[in-house]
Design a protein around this ligand. Structure first.
Ligand code: FCB
Length: 444
């Protein structure tokens, strides 16, 4: 099948995505307060490469040129996140006018270039001041977050039509509060379970806070997802896959759709009950205008009685026989097709936007060019899967490539390069990779 932009339809949105902490730098400038990622990245041993995002891509000072690159590649939409501690340095209460001002400029510039701003409220950079009071494990975070959402709606709602409440709650709760591999580096069920419930509540309350002042906005939220397959035919292996799928793909989506937590599939989720108060199960639901699907790989899982809670263990990507990326992730494009079908099967899902999909390689410039044929192949193969799902009636209406440019990949540091634009961190020089030139042509 040949790929043509027109086949995706006139309503289909083409964009690129980034997140504040991964690109902005300027962490101490203009009154920004510290976030859990500043603390985490400055704790020895937390980031594999020992790096931090104090400077990152210096987007804070280079946003004018960087947004122009989005235009140059012929995209229509610019997804970025707001840093909560830039706007409310202590997380609540005192507003920082210079922080608000920065995002006003980014939004103005985005619009001036003819691009749509798509704004994420929370992409993992919780104000450290709130973490000091328990962070996502403290039920008060739901109110703090709703207050922050209301501030953003009032400040930017006249020009921003597309909003996303949370970025991948399953990832920031599992990696940040269960496994300790991401900020704030906490471990164990006693942190994880309350963090899950409060993030799920905040997801809906954030939606309601936006809706209250912006009745005409398009409000969505984003979910990490991995199509799950059992590695073997046995009943135990199927059971492990079911439990894994509940955590990976349903934990936050189903409560938002009014279906409650997926505890039938994953009985250990009954452990959430002590954190649930009367009326909470209704409060978890919100009628999102669109669902943001984000995916990078499938999961193949096998039964393992030693794994707590799910009895499921991932088959290591390198044992699956496929091509691997710089993240060590298997390339398997059908993953995107199956997830689109799985998400579209819920009656409450009206529109799906792929708010992140992309690939990291160890790109290097050669004579002023960056040849990344494997990224172009990855994108094309994934777009074909989007078309396949669309032809079967899935209401998928957008694709955002992760990421606009190479950036700070959390605990992995700067080594994996996800960008369409190459960043030379020593000089902050940008180079459009061949994949960027491919998009420019394809979308032109
Ligand atoms: C997603 C994150 C994003 C980026 C990509 C590679 O889980 O939302 O910030 O790190 O993975």
């Amino acid at each position: 099948m040949e790929l043509r932009k027109a086949d995706f339809g006139p309503q289909f949105r083409w964009g690129v995505a980034t997140a504040a902490y991964q690109i902005e730098g300027a962490v101490k400038e203009d009154g920004r307060g510290p976030s859990i990622w500043d603390t985490f990245a400055h704790t020895p041993g937390r980031i594999k490469t020992g790096e931090n995002a104090d400077v990152a891509c210096d987007f804070y000072h280079r946003y004018r040129e960087d947004t122009a690159l989005i235009r140059e590649m012929n995209f229509q939409a610019h997804r970025f996140s707001l840093a909560w501690p830039r706007i409310l340095p202590e997380g609540r209460g005192r507003l920082n006018p210079k922080g608000l001002d920065f995002y006003q400029r980014v939004i103005d510039r985005t619009l001036e270039l003819g691009l749509e701003p798509w704004v994420t409220l929370y992409h993992w950079d919780l104000p450290q001041a709130l973490e000091d009071q328990g962070g996502w494990t403290n039920r008060d975070v739901v109110g703090w977050f709703a207050e922050y959402a209301a501030v953003c709606a009032r400040a930017f709602g006249d020009r921003v039509r597309h909003w996303m409440v949370l970025n991948e709650p399953a990832v920031f709760t599992v990696l940040g509060y269960l496994q300790g591999r991401h900020a704030p580096g906490r471990r164990g069920l006693s942190s994880f379970l309350p963090a899950v419930h409060h993030a799920a509540l905040a997801q809906a309350e954030g939606g309601r806070a936006l809706r209250a002042s912006l009745p005409n906005a398009q409000i969505g939220t984003t979910f990490s997802a991995s199509y799950v397959q059992a590695a073997g035919p046995t009943w135990l292996s199927q059971m492990a896959a079911t439990q894994y799928d509940a955590i990976a793909n349903r934990l936050f989506l189903e409560p938002a759709l009014g279906l409650g937590y997926p505890w039938k599939r994953a009985p250990f989720l009954h452990l959430l009950r002590p954190y649930i108060r009367p009326g909470d199960l209704e409060r978890l639901a919100f009628d999102f205008d669109f669902i943001g699907l984000q995916t990078y790989f499938r999961q193949l899982v096998r039964f393992d009685p030693l794994m707590p809670a799910t009895w499921a263990r991932e088959v290591p990507h390198e044992e699956r026989g496929g091509e691997l990326t710089a993240m060590g992730w298997e390339v398997w494009p059908e993953n995107l097709y199956h997830l689109l079908k799985q998400f579209a099967a819920y009656p409450g899902v009206r529109r799906i936007i792929i708010t992140e999909n992309g690939v990291a390689y160890l790109d290097t410039p050669e004579g002023g060019r960056v040849h990344d044929p494997k990224r172009i192949a990855f994108i094309q193969a994934h777009l074909l899967q989007v078309r396949r799902a669309q032809q079967e009636g899935v209401p998928v209406e957008g694709y955002f490539y992760w990421s606009l440019m190479d950036n700070f990949e959390w605990a992995e540091g700067y080594r994996p390069r996800f960008g369409l634009v190459y960043v030379d961190y020593a000089t902050q020089k940008r180079i459009l990779k061949d994949s960027a030139l491919w998009f420019r042509e394809f979308l032109g």
